[in-house]
Structure formats: C-alpha cells, structure tokens
Design a protein around this ligand. Sequence first.
Ligand code: HEM
Ligand code: HEM
Length: 186
Amino acid sequence: MSDAKTKLSCVTVALHWAVGLTMIIMLTVGWYMAEFEEHWLYPIHKSVGMIAFVVILARVIWRIKQGWPEAASNYKAWEHTLSKIIHWALIIGTVMMPVSGMLMSGLGGYGLSIFGLELLAATPNPEEAGKMIPINGPIAGTAHEIHEIAGYVIMVSVLLHVSGALKHHFMDKDGTLKRMLGKRID
Ligand code: HEM
Ligand code: HEM
C-alpha cells in the first residue's frame, strides 16, 4: 500500500486523478459561471466542491501519513525544486478553494447545501429581494477575494504541472507520467 520509486500505490494514483480532474473541472466551471453570470451553475459548483472537499481531506491525510513520493527518475536540481514548490501549491490550493468557497457562501448569508441537502440556511434580506444578510460580511468578502486569487494561482500551477508531466513523458522519456498512471517502471 506504500509508494515506491518503481510503483505508486493505487490509493495515491486514485486520489491524484479523482482530485486532479475534479479540480480542473471546478476551476473551469467556476471561472465560466462567474465570468458569464450563469447563476444556475452556482448550486452545482458549490455542491460538487463540498463533496470534493471530503476526498481532498482524505488525500491530504494520505500525503501526511505517506510523505511525498520519491521522484521517478533523476531530476535535475531545478526540476526537483520547481516540482516540490508546485506540488505544495497544488495540495494547499486544493484545500484553500473549498474552504474559502464555503466561508464566502456560508458567511455571506447564501447558505450551504449539497444537492438540496441543507447544511446551513440562507439568510435572505426581507427588504431587498435576492439580497442576503451576511453572517460575517468582512470574512465572507476576504474569502471571496481568496477564492478568486487562489483560483488564478492554481490555474497557472496546474498549467506548469501538466507541462512538466508532458515534458518528462515526451522529451525526457522517463517514467514520471507512467507511474502516476499506475504502471510499474524500471
Ligand atoms: C491532466 C492533468 C494532470 C497530469 C497529467 C498530472 C500528472 C502528474 C504526475 C506525472 C505526477 C507525478 C510527479 C512526480 O512523480 O514527480 C503528479 C503528481 C502530483 N499531482 Fe498531478 N497531474 C495532473 C493534474 C493535477 C491537478 C489538477 C492537481 C491538483 C490541483 C495535481 C496535483 C498533484 C500533486 C499534489 C502531485 C504530487 C504527488 C501526489 O501528491 O500524489 N495534479 N501529477
Ligand atoms: C473544490 C474546489 C473549488 C474550485 C477549484 C473552485 C473554483 C472557482 C473559481 C475559479 C471561481 C471563479 C472565481 C472568480 O473569477 O470570481 C469560483 C467561483 C465561485 N465559487 Fe468556487 N471553487 C471550488 C469550490 C467552491 C465551494 C465549495 C463553494 C461554496 C460552497 C464555491 C463557491 C463559489 C462561488 C459562490 C463562486 C462565484 C463567485 C462570484 O460570483 O464572484 N466554490 N470557484
């Protein structure tokens, strides 16, 4: 069940792809719905994000227990440093996004529910239709800023991360990507 230089555990591989692909979809949908004001997508984005948070936490606990996997091949020093920075940014980002999302929506008065299952009720303003009474406006506002800025930082990190994976696969022709696809490498 542990990660080795020649083969990653199925837990590491399954959690990487479950969280990674969900994050890519959530970043895309989040940006799209906010940019084009597609309000029907908001409850879906929030519900999926909260469910993803459970898997994200499982992944973080797994990483803390296991440590980082050893690099699959002999990376150059700069590659090693850059990949470490990006891996940290990605894993912290996966926690920051759902936490800031929940704080922004929950404390903003919009409530929290997972596909109709209410976790926190919304607090609508009786005097202004469609407006909410925030539970804590300043924290909700800060969380909103964090959700937006961290979103862009993670998008850039994912681009660098995927470019690195493709460079290792196609240019260096080492086992970095194959190992993350569950294969044994020499
Ligand atoms: C198509 C997209 C992706 C590809 C091809 C990909 C590929 C890889 C590969 C090959 C590794 C192993 C690197 C090594 O051994 O040094 C890796 C590790 C990692 N990836 Fe991705 N990745 C993708 C998306 C993501 C996304 C979206 C996230 C998070 C937001 C992410 C987070 C991580 C982290 C934290 C690691 C370190 C090992 C671990 O914690 O399991 N990846 N990825
Ligand atoms: C799981 C990871 C998540 C990712 C990767 C993600 C990503 C994003 C991104 C990139 C945006 C666009 C930001 C902007 O340009 O304003 C966004 C918007 C938003 N997200 Fe998330 N999100 C996640 C989880 C959540 C959760 C759990 C909630 C709430 C429970 C949430 C609530 C929102 C809301 C309300 C907006 C719209 C903000 C606006 O209209 O300005 N997100 N999200």
